[in-house]
Design a protein around this ligand. Structure first.
Ligand SMILES: Nc1ncnc2c1ncn2[C@@H]1O[C@H](COP(=O)(O)OP(=O)(O)OP(=O)(O)O)[C@@H](O)[C@H]1O
Ligand SMILES: [Mg+2]
Length: 252
């Protein structure tokens, strides 16, 4: 028996004014799997992730998370579900007047009965994971873009979530840190109980973490395949998108 999907999009349409972004997007992700989403800038990758956390609702079609129709679920239940989801925002989205440690501790203080000692332990554990233990007492304005990005990742992981959504977790990071972050993401995505979606342009990262990749273009999933098949696909639109990053199939 195949397990039912944790995240399901069925014929999702979404417009902003006259701007049609999603035009019949369909895909699903089963428990413990990692889906990568690739596609041109402005195609709706971040918009797709925002539907999963209930920040946006479809104009038509179905967005289902853990069996809940996200368009018809009470706000209180969305809030409860969000405590089990981690969302690494593309922008970082930190609260500027709180230290890094307080930014990380906030969801635990608000949503859990954990003691301050346990909260401090979890905060330093996550800061260690992303290699910025020394930033705990800094304010976001004192951090570089790459450091903010890593704090955003640590904050998304603070609840040990069941579902993690990464919106370009590596953007703006130098190669050494990007590799370290990839390692963290790999460890998390290889955990069979965590379901993940990774929006990512870096092909080595997609190959390292994803079970499947979809190519989002013109508001639809044009292609869905394993990373191996995806990066050697002959689909003309994907060939154009990947350019010289594409794997040329060898004939030997
Ligand atoms: N809240 C909103 N109101 C109006 N337009 C929006 C809103 N959110 C997104 N858009 C528009 O939807 C389109 C898709 O945006 P989205 O951020 O999902 O792109 P993306 O695929 O993530 O691109 P990138 O790779 O550059 O991050 C863009 O044209 C954007 O301007
Ligand atoms: Mg985006």
């Amino acid at each position: 028996m195949s397990s039912s999907p944790i995240i399901r999009f069925k014929d999702v349409h979404k417009s902003f004014g006259s701007h049609n972004i999603l035009k019949g997007l369909t895909f699903d992700v089963e428990k413990g799997r990692t889906l990568a989403i690739m596609g041109p800038s402005g195609t709706g990758k971040s918009v797709t992730l925002r539907h999963i956390v209930g920040l946006l609702q479809p104009d038509s079609g179905l967005v289902e998370v853990e069996g809940h129709d996200m368009a018809h679920i009470p706000q209180a239940e969305i809030a409860e579900m969000r405590t089990r989801m981690g969302f690494v925002f593309q922008s970082g989205a930190l609260i500027n007047w709180m230290t890094v440690a307080d930014n990380l501790a906030l969801p635990l203080r608000e949503n859990t009965p954990l003691s301050e000692d346990e909260i401090a332990r979890r905060v330093s554990e996550k800061l260690d994971w992303v290699h910025i233990a020394d930033a705990a007492h800094k304010f976001p304005s004192e951090l570089s873009g790459g450091m903010k990005k890593r704090v955003g990742l640590a904050r998304a992981l603070i609840n040990d979530p069941d579902i993690i959504l990464y919106d370009e977790p590596n953007a703006g990071l130098d190669p050494e840190i990007a590799t370290a972050i990839n390692r963290v993401i790999c460890e998390l995505t290889n955990n069979l109980s965590v379901t993940s979606i990774v929006v990512e342009h870096r092909i080595p990262c997609v190959k390292a973490v994803a079970d499947e990749v979809i190519f989002l273009d013109e508001g639809r999933a044009l292609l869905r395949d394993t990373p191996k098949n995806f990066f050697s696909s002959e689909h003309p639109r994907l060939v154009r998108f990947l350019g010289d990053q594409r794997d040329i199939p060898t004939t030997t």
